[in-house]
Design a binder for this molecule. Structure first.
Ligand SMILES: [Zn+2]
Length: 346
């Protein structure tokens, strides 16, 4: 959702989740008129899937967890792996079936699913397809990708290896976001609109470079991918209450005009959560965002490494450069058109 104020007049609301004020003076004069609308727009303020920044960091840092024989290959393609970390989010605007791969509404499946942990075949019997499309398929999609990546290593298909690895990092990132496990994904059911972007975009953007430590040990082989994926999902789900409760507590002690502030981004004045508010939330969370990002980085490296080992640890030095077909170049361009879009999606 975007609100653009121009010539004192509110004229556009789109799906983009920031508030762009092109004419700050006009905005100030129109403030009272627009105030109500602006706070409606905050429903989705900075609401993205981990935020593009965090997704790119997760994929990039995962490369450095890999053993040398694998790291050399991924490092050679570091730009691709980093940049394509956000492709799955961009695809959500192009492919309708993409969205449910990013989340799981545990409320629909009920908490018992975290204990039963059905595999895809079992889940397909238990739940109607259209309900799964609506309520998410994150763990099953991620597990499915591990089979595909193993196959890509076996086939020595460099394009598929890179694309699947980048996608896998993205979905692993989503798996570690508590708000991707609840239908209240943007606090819309508890009057906390905008919390999605606050937690997973605003905080990492403010603190990752200066306060988060992303260096991990070496990637480990995963004996049981199904278990590890469901463990991570369960941890995310268990954190939902804290994510909501801490924000609610802070919101109650902050004056309304101290919650948001304006920031210049690419020449545009953007309404964001204020530094003081973010600092208070960051402190209350006790490094939760950092811990979840670290876990996502480690697991991404673990999954890449495990798929490679499961494929017999092929020598990647023999792989050539990926050559894109005309169709792939077209798809790439379509995706690039989504560069400015960080959608308010579940
Ligand atoms: Zn996503």
């Amino acid at each position: 959702m975007t609100i653009i104020l121009k010539n004192k007049k509110l004229f556009s609301i789109s799906r983009k989740e920031d508030i762009i004020v092109e004419n700050f003076t006009a905005m100030k004069k129109s403030f009272k008129f627009a105030q109500k609308s602006i706070f409606c727009a905050l429903l989705c303020l900075l609401c993205t899937s981990w935020g593009f920044y965090a997704h790119r960091e997760i994929n990039k840092m995962a490369v450095f967890t890999l053993p040398p024989e694998l790291m050399f290959f991924y490092k050679k393609h570091l730009d691709f792996i980093t940049e394509k970390a956000v492709s799955p989010d961009k695809r959500r605007y192009i492919i309708s079936r993409e969205a449910p791969k990013h989340y799981l509404d545990v409320e629909y499946y009920t908490d018992s699913i975290l204990i039963k942990r059905p595999d895809w075949r079992q889940a397909s019997v238990l739940y109607p397809q259209d309900s799964m499309q609506a309520h998410g398929m994150l763990p099953w999609n991620l597990i499915r990708l591990t089979y595909y990546l193993k196959e890509a290593f076996l086939q020595q298909d460099v394009k598929a290896i890179l694309k699947l690895s980048a996608d896998m990092g993205h979905y692993t990132g989503d798996l570690h976001v508590p708000l991707h496990t609840t239908r209240n994904y943007n606090g819309q059911l508890t009057g906390q609109h905008g919390i999605h972007g606050l937690w997973e975009s605003r905080l990492p953007e403010l603190y990752a470079a200066s306060r988060y430590d992303f260096y991990q040990g070496r990637a480990d082989y995963i004996q049981d991918i199904h278990k590890v994926v469901w463990d991570a999902l369960t941890e995310s789900r268990n954190a939902v209450d804290s994510v909501l409760m801490f924000e609610r507590t802070i919101h109650n002690v902050f004056r309304e005009d101290k919650i948001y502030s304006y920031e210049d981004r690419n020449g545009k004045t953007v309404l964001v959560y204020s530094a003081a508010y973010c600092e208070a939330y960051h402190k209350a969370l006790h490094h939760m965002v950092e811990r979840r990002m670290r876990a996502a980085i480690k697991m991404t490296g673990d999954l890449w490494y495990t798929c490679w080992v499961n494929a017999g640890s092929p020598d990647l030095k023999l792989l050539g450069e990926p050559l894109l077909t005309e169709q792939e170049i077209k798809e790439d361009e379509k995706e690039r058109l989504q560069d400015g879009v960080e959608g308010c999606v579940h």
